[in-house]
Design a protein. Sequence first.
Lengths: 270, 366
Amino acid sequence: MNQEILDRLRMDDRFPHILCPGCGIGSAMNAMIRAIAESGLTNDDICIISGIGCSSRVPGYIDADTFHTLHGRAIPSATGVKLAHPDKEMIIIAGDGDLLAIGGNHFIHAARRNLDMTVILINNHNYGMTGGQYSPTTPQGKRAKTAPYGCVERAFDACEMGIGSGAVFVARSTTYHTPHLKGLIKQAMKKNGFALVEVISQCPTLYGRLNRMGDAVKMLEYFKENSITVSQVKEPKDAEGKIVIGVLHDIEAPEYYESYRKVCEHAQRR
Amino acid sequence: MQGNIACAEGALAAGCQYYAGYPITPSSEIMEHLSNRLPEVNGVFMQMEDEIASICSMIGASWAGAKAMTATSGPGFSLMLEGLGYALMTETPCVIVNIQRAGPATGQATRPGQSDIMQARWGAHGDYRIIGLSPWSVQEMYDLTIKAFNLAEQYRVPVILLADEVVGHLKESFIIKPELEIFIRDSTMTDKPFGTEQDDGVPPMPAFGQGAKLLVTGSTHNQFGIRKVADPKVQDILVNRLCNKIDRHKKEICETESYLTDDAEYLFVSFGISARSAYAVVKQLRNQGIKAGLLRYKTIWPFDEDELKQTAQNCKMIFVPEMNRGQLVLEIQRVLCDKQVISIPKTQGEAIYPSEISNEFKKYTT
C-alpha cells in the first residue's frame, strides 16, 4: 500500500477493517484519501462525517476529526459542524439506505440549502450492515433478503434526486473506475456548495450473491462493461441499462454560509 | 417580556452561538426571536427540515465548539429523542427547551401541559441520566436557561428546560443581573475525551478543528473514542460513568425551593406553573391557620430525594398537583413510601387553578 495512504489512517488497533472480502467500500475510501491528499489538504483541514452502515465505518479508519453519527443523520450533523466551523472541509460518506431512505429528507434539504459540503454516496444497492435487505436503490425485480421474490418498489436515481433538489455539483463513478472517481471527488471538494458523488459499488457478499452476479471481480467487470461516459450519451436511449459516469451537473449558485454572512452583516448595520 | 423571549435572551446571555429548530406551537417565539438576534451577534440560526435534523445539527455545532440550543414542544420532542440519546452517549453539551403542551400526539397544540416529565427522563433508549429544569416564571425562563447552559457545559450532558405553554406565553417583568456566572467548557487537548480515571468524572472536550483528531461515535466506545461494541467491560464503565457523573453530583446540580415548610403538617410538592398555584393555596391555608408548606422542584432531574425526605419528615400528608395524569407523584410516592401521598392531576390542557388544588385538599382533610 502506498505510504501516503497509510499516513492518513489510524494505524492502532483499528485494523484489520470490518469490510467483507471483495467489498467496494475500500476502493472508494482509497480514492477519497488520494483526492484529499492531491487537493493539498492535510487531515487537520477536514472533518469526515457518516451515519450508520458499512460505508459509514470509513471515518473510523481515518486519522482526522471524525463524526460517526446516527443512521441517516450525517448531513444535519455536518450542517452544525460546518456552520460553527466554516473553514473546515466537510466530507460525508453515506450508503444508499442511510442517505436516501432514513436520511432522504435531510439529503434533499441540504442540497436545496447549498451549504458547502461533499457527499460521497457509496451505492451498493442494499443494506449491507443489517444483512442485505432492499434499499431505495435496489433495482425493481432484483432480490434482497426482504425481497425474496424480487424488489417490488422502483429505485431512486440519487443523482437525479440531487440535481432536482438543487445540488450544484453531481457526478457518478464506480469502484472499477477509481482514478476517475478520485478526480470527481477532487472536483466535488473544490466546488463551493453542496456536491454529490455517487459511487456504484459492489456488495458481493449479499446483493451480488442474492442476484447471482458472481464474485467481486465479476461485478467489477460488469461495471466496466456497462458504464458509459456522459459525453458518450448522444441521445437518451444510449444510457438505457447503462451506468452513466462523469460530471452530470455543474452549476453556480450562492453558497449558504456566504449568504448567511451577508444576513449577519445586514443585521449588524441596522 | 414573554417567557419564550426571556428564554431566548437567557440563551444569548449564556453565550449561545448556534440555534437550530423547527417551528412548533407553543415554542416558536423562541426561534423567531433568535432568528432576529443571533445574526446581530455573529451567531448561527438555522431552521431545519425537522426536529431530528435540528437536534443533530445542534450536536454537530457543539462538537465544533459552539454553545448550542434547540426548542420544541411535545411532538417535536418525541422526534428529538433519537438525537438526545446520541448527545447523552457522546457527552455533548446542549440545551433542549420543551415548551410542553397537552398530548399525546398532536393533542392540544396551543394548550399547556406538564406531561413530558417522564418522557424527558426515560424517553431515549438505554441507561442514562439527564438534567431537567422547571421554570415557574418569566424570570426563571431567563435564569434557568442560563443555568441549563452552565450545567450542560460543566457535565457534558444535554439539559432539558421543561417549561410549559403557560410560562412560555406568560408576560411579566423580570430582572437581568448585570453580572452572570457563565461556565466555560473544559476544552483541554487530550487523547481521552471519553473517559476519566474516576468512575464519575467528566472528561475534557476538545472541539473539532482543535487538532485532537476526534473519534466521536454513538456506539459504545472507550476513553479514546474507539468503538468497542462487543466488550462488556467497556460498556459497563461507560454507562456507569454516564449515570454516576450526574447521580454523584446531585448536591451541586439540584435546586429546590421551600416555602413555609419548617412546621408544615401538609406539604405540597410541585414544579413549574403548577407550583405557582400550589403556592397561592399554601398562603390561603396559612391565613386559615392550617400549617401548609410547598416544596418546589426547580431541578426535576436528577430528582433530589434527600431534600424531599427531609422536608416531608414531619408532614402528615403530601399533595402533588401537576398538569398531567400524575407523573412526578410517582417519584414522590417511591421516596415517601411510608407516607400518604396524594396526586392532584389535571389533564384538561389548561393551567391548574388554586381553587382546584384547595378543593382536592379539602376532600382529604375534612
